[in-house]
Design a binder for this molecule. Structure first.
Ligand code: UFG
Length: 328
């Protein structure tokens, strides 16, 4: 297929672009490089530097490259920032996605894979969380992902759009070839921060909250290897049914606590990694673990690197080899 990948210069997007290329798809990346990196786009893959809100430009890109499908990663994705600056999130995530959907429909492109999030569930009533769990987001980021999911469901019913909406749990790790990893200009994610401490770039990592009702008092998260996430997107492309919007959790079904992440990182890196206990971070649900039966049944997807040790080891390799992230 000819696939337009929005946000294809970003973390999960770039690893997915590489996976699509390996599977013989023709890929075009559309990215405004606000968070993405030119160096993360493979040579030979066209990079259109354009904002998604440029409706005419996006429609022109879809037509020019004769795209059959869109994988839509481009978004702002920091919970705390979304609380402080919701406008950025509604504009970048909801506004831009609606503009993209309009450009797709007007260009006759009706296949979509959308990056949704476990953040759409809010604080779960049951864990592991099944896809039919109520969606009650607790922060603007989660609301924006939920709003786009809802638009996609409505467009599928009324306009014949076909979509798979992947609700990611915690993406982590780096590409297996060591080329692509997680680099945010402003880092807030646990594993990259822990590895920056191991590299001596930070004095310690903070543990946000030690009084949760979990096995060691810290939050539990379901970490999924970015290569496995990429594989889920490649499979999702073939599972799109016109007129249907299918939501699938994308996680391993296994949760690790923040303390377990730090312990595992100590074992992987051989560094001490000092940790300091701190207050809870507002907006953090205590436990997010995916129910995985549906994605297994619908896509035949199983994570190939489910072990936290494997995930952190791949991230560690990338961080050691790219201590300053990407050069741009
Ligand atoms: N944490 C710390 N110290 C840190 C950073 C994080 O203790 O310095 C904790 C957090 O409190 C949380 C866990 O580590 O309990 C994971 O935090 P991350 O920031 O790495 O990831 P989140 O679970 O907050 O966020 C991820 C995605 C978001 C998405 C969210 C869904 O990165 O895009 O899952 O809830 F919205």
């Amino acid at each position: 297929m000819r696939v337009l990948v929005t946000g294809g210069a970003g973390y999960i997007g770039s690893v997915t672009v590489a996976a699509l290329c390996r599977c013989g798809h023709e890929v075009v990346v559309l990215d405004n490089l606000s968070e993405g990196h030119r160096a993360a786009v493979p040579e030979g893959v066209p990079l259109v530097q354009r904002d998604l809100r440029d409706y005419a430009g996006v429609a022109e890109t879809l037509k020019h490259f004769g795209c059959d499908a869109v994988i839509h990663f481009a978004a702002s994705a920091l919970v705390a920032e979304s609380v402080a600056n919701p406008r950025k999130y509604y504009e970048n995530n909801v506004g831009a996605s609606l503009s993209l959907l309009a450009a797709m429909l007007d260009s006759g492109v009706r296949r979509l894979v959308f990056s949704s999030s476990a953040a759409t569930y809010g604080v779960p009533e049951v864990v592991p969380i099944p896809e039919d769990h109520p969606q009650r987001p607790i922060n603007p980021y989660g609301f924006t992902k939920y709003a786009v999911e809802q638009a996609i469901r409505d467009y599928a019913r009324a306009h014949g759009l076909g979509a798979v909406m992947l609700r990611y749990f915690n993406a982590a790790g780096a590409s297996l070839d060591g080329r692509l990893g997680e680099h945010h200009r402003h880092e807030t994610h646990l594993i990259p921060l822990v590895l920056q401490v191991a590299l001596g770039k930070r004095p310690h990592v903070q543990i946000f909250g030690t009084d949760y009702a979990t096995r060691d008092g810290t939050c539990v998260r379901d970490f999924v290897h970015v290569e496995d996430l990429a594989d889920a997107h490649v499979r999702a492309l073939d599972a799109i049914v016109p007129g249907h919007a299918l939501a699938l959790n994308c996680g391993t079904g296994r949760g690790y606590t923040v303390r377990e992440v730090i312990e595992t990182a100590r074992a992987v890196t051989g560094h001490e990694i000092p940790a300091v206990e701190a207050d809870r971070r507002p907006g953090d649900p205590p436990e997010l673990v995916a129910a995985v039966e549906r994605i297994r049944a619908e896509l035949g997807w199983e994570p190939r690197w489910p072990e936290l040790q494997q995930i952190i080891a791949s991230a560690w390799r990338w961080h050691r080899e790219h201590p300053n992230g990407y050069d741009d």
